[in-house]
Design a protein around this ligand. Sequence first.
Ligand SMILES: N[C@@H](CCC(=O)N[C@@H](CS)C(=O)NCC(=O)O)C(=O)O
Length: 216
Amino acid sequence: MVLTLYKLDASPPARAVMMTLEALGIRDVEMVDVNLFEGAQFTEEYVKMNPQHTIPALKDDDFAIWDSHAICPYLVSKYGQDDSLYPQDPQRRAVIDQRLHFDSGILFPSLRATVAPVLFLGERSFKPEGLQAIKAGYDFLEKFLDKPYCAGDQLSIADICTSATVSSMSAALPIDADTYPNITAWLDRLSKEEFYTKVNLPGLQQFSGALKSKLL
Ligand SMILES: N[C@@H](CCC(=O)N[C@@H](CS)C(=O)NCC(=O)O)C(=O)O
């Protein structure tokens, strides 16, 4: 197998895939940076592979797949030594899938809509409705986190994907520990995982730094 990941460390969904690779112990991956700040995702070659021109995208020999919420399940299913990060059990998997859709359909779009104008379009502050949407996402997630992990008692790719997004959202709207004790405890729990400290934190720092440098 030859695995190639198209990514940027600052990108939350790219970090989700890199954390999954790390958690699975898959190290033999060619990493290719796609510089979104220079529009590198619009090259003919990249759009041919991923017509949606997003990162992350994964190539596994000739097979190409994009969207972190498709890539992470694929990696566990194909390369996991066991299914613990994405169990086969239908009900456990259904809850994980629900959280992945929540990340993909609710959390990440609110983050992207709030930060992209600042990162790429010269805006110098966040729109209030963007921050409101982020807060609404925190409110939902706080309720989901009545167990140690976001899909129950065990760590899964739902935690990996969601934490990449939520930790990045906190760069725009800090997470108040009194209002969101469950989210705060969950992020602290994940901060004890090597994949999180080794992979998410450095990229998160880049993301936060890029954002701060563009804000008034
Ligand atoms: N739902 C997608 C979101 C991917 C996404 O929007 N990535 C951003 C960077 S964080 C991107 O590639 N933006 C460039 C573009 O859309 O042209 C995923 O989870 O992979």
